[in-house]
Design a protein around this ligand. Structure first.
Ligand code: ADP
Ligand code: MG
Length: 316
């Protein structure tokens, strides 16, 4: 658990880049910080591993103040992935991963084994990629090396600062899928920064929306979409007319084979609008779908959120 208590950062005396932040980030959670450029996301992230000093307040990890950890111990337990990984051009992929200090103390065979394990973890076949040079990799593959390197010491926490934002949309989506899968499998705590709402809604367990150094809203993706806390949030995730127009409940539902299977909560009509469906799903993960009084399927809240994220029904 990472806890921020009244954390502020002042780069100069009279301006707070981060202003009295209070956050509880749970162990194993995919936590996404989002907000416009300059709102304090990177500062917030870098205070966790002490790349930036906290001015006021305190940050603790698993009950211990970050300033009470030995700095090396702290950094070993925190992986860090940047927007663009800097790979050594003259070294192979394997050597680039093995350069991590944590691997230095291991024997050669052990390092090799760990490098292969890490490559596999990030979806790059070791035999194919281990001996390549960085210039023989695509941008997406290079970012995968960045993720592998961040995981080399098997840290409990990984910080990611807009790690996919320099990638083309297809590589980006692929990496989002893979990091999501990876996080569910290895159960790391991930604090992920983005300014792309589509990305946030897709990958986050919880989203933290920031503005001018302060938190505006923290919640599950569906909370943010359904109950934006202010006009600012509403604008950021604004459900556009185009998403409403394209919405067809029938295409998102799972058809029910047996008519007897009815879920709690009153059924939603198959002809319901996006807004109506979202508001009915506010208190239920799933609802039955009816046509002319007959239950024909069920709709999952996640499916509607996914539709919004994929349709570009939100800004990003
Ligand atoms: P974000 O990552 O959300 O774009 P940052 O955390 O990088 O925002 O920056 C927050 C604010 O702090 C911005 O106004 C930025 O100009 C300022 N800032 C960031 N780093 C420094 C620095 N090293 N010195 C002075 N001001 C900074
Ligand atoms: Mg930033």
């Amino acid at each position: 658990m990472i806890i921020f208590e009244n954390v502020s950062k002042l780069y100069s005396e009279n301006r707070k880049a981060v202003d009295a932040l209070n956050l509880h980030i749970h162990t194993g959670e995919f936590f996404v910080l989002i907000g416009p450029s300059g709102c304090g996301k990177t500062t917030t992230l870098k205070m966790i591993n002490r790349l930036i000093e906290v001015s006021h307040g305190s940050i603790s990890i698993n009950g211990k103040n970050i300033y009470d950890y030995n700095i090396h111990e702290l950094r070993w337990n925190i992986g860090y992935v940047l927007q663009q990984i800097a790979l050594f051009p003259h070294m192979t992929v394997g050597e680039n991963i093995a350069v991590v200090p944590e691997l230095k103390k291991c024997g050669k065979a052990e390092v090799q084994k760990r490098v292969d394990e890490l490559l596999e973890m990030v979806g790059l076949e070791p035999k194919v990629y281990r001996d390549r040079k960085p210039k023989e990799l695509s941008g997406g593959q290079q970012q995968r090396i960045g993720v592998a390197r961040a995981m080399a010491a098997d840290p409990g926490i990984i910080l990611m600062d807009e790690p996919f934002s320099a990638l083309d949309p297809i590589s980006r989506e692929k990496l989002q899928d893979d990091i999501l899968y990876l996080q569910k499998t290895i159960k790391k705590t991930i604090v992920f920064v983005t300014h792309d709402m589509k990305e946030a809604l897709k990958i986050a367990d919880r989203v933290c929306m920031m503005k001018d150094g302060a938190v505006v809203q923290v919640g599950k993706p569906e909370d943010i979409v359904q109950n934006p806390a202010s006009d600012f949030v509403r604008d950021f995730v604004g459900v556009h007319g185009s998403a409403e127009d394209a919405f067809q409940l029938e295409r998102l539902m799972t058809p029910t084979l047996s008519e007897e299977r009815s879920l709690s909560g009153s059924p939603v009509s198959v002809s319901a609008s996006l807004q109506e469906t979202l508001s009915k799903l506010a208190c239920h993960d799933q609802l039955s779908v009816e046509r002319n009084g007959t239950i024909i399927g069920q709709i999952d809240r996640k499916a509607v959120i996914r539709f919004l994220a994929e349709r570009g029904g939100v800004h990003g």
